[in-house]
Design a protein around this ligand. Structure first.
Ligand SMILES: CC(C)(COP(=O)(O)OP(=O)(O)OC[C@H]1O[C@@H](n2cnc3c(N)ncnc32)[C@H](O)[C@@H]1OP(=O)(O)O)[C@@H](O)C(=O)NCCC(=O)NCCS
Length: 162
């Protein structure tokens, strides 16, 4: 359980499962609508072998999620890196530390898989997300022009573990 800053609310962080799929897909679709139809993209990620999700929820329902995917070279159990595919907190619940809790839990998973690095792409125009990741120790790596279905550019960011 993690607390929500400024309230007495307690939120459960748990591994996602098949029952979470519809909400995650719907929520991705609305959050990332400006980048194209993300529902299909997220559905495919959720079907990928080895993928995992983390869900933040309270009794009233889910509040956020993250999706992580271990990139493994052929024949290797240890991922060469883990990709943070998406992280979303419901708009009314942002800026209270929930995103950071999801990120920390995603990193724990990556470490448990034996990875030494976590990487992600975020839109070049998404200043808020870049600030959020910078604060969490991620550093920009490369630019990816035309990364999203509608042609927006992304920045790849990465964080190496000690
Ligand atoms: C990016 C995102 C997941 C961050 O989630 P969040 O719950 O708002 O994140 P946090 O609350 O942990 O941190 C965000 C900000 O709140 C601040 N914050 C963290 N804990 C806080 C607290 N206890 N009290 C007040 N503010 C706090 C942080 O300092 C941070 O500030 P910053 O904008 O100056 O960096 C969320 O904004 C989101 O869902 N965005 C849309 C989807 C997206 O862009 N995802 C990233 C690309 S995949």
């Amino acid at each position: 359980m993690v607390g929500i800053a400024g309230t007495s609310r307690q939120v459960l962080l748990r591994r996602g499962g098949p029952a979470d799929r519809d909400w995650i897909v719907r929520s991705s679709g609305s959050t990332f609508a400006t980048f194209g139809d993300y529902r299909d993209i997220i559905e495919r990620w959720l079907a990928a072998r080895g993928v995992a999700s983390v869900v933040a929820e309270e009794a009233a329902g889910p509040l956020g999620f993250s999706i992580v995917y271990p990139h493994r070279r052929l024949g290797s159990l240890r991922p060469s890196f883990v990709e943070l595919v998406a992280i979303v907190v419901a708009p009314t619940e942002r800026d209270r530390g929930l995103g950071r809790s999801l990120l920390d839990r995603s990193e724990l998973l990556a470490r448990a898989w034996g990875a030494r690095e976590i990487r992600l792409h975020t839109a070049r125009e998404n200043d808020g997300a870049q600030r959020f990741f910078l604060r969490a120790g991620f550093r920009p790596r490369t630019a990816a022009p035309s990364f999203y279905p509608r042609g927006q550019a992304a920045i790849e960011m990465a964080r190496r573990f000690g």
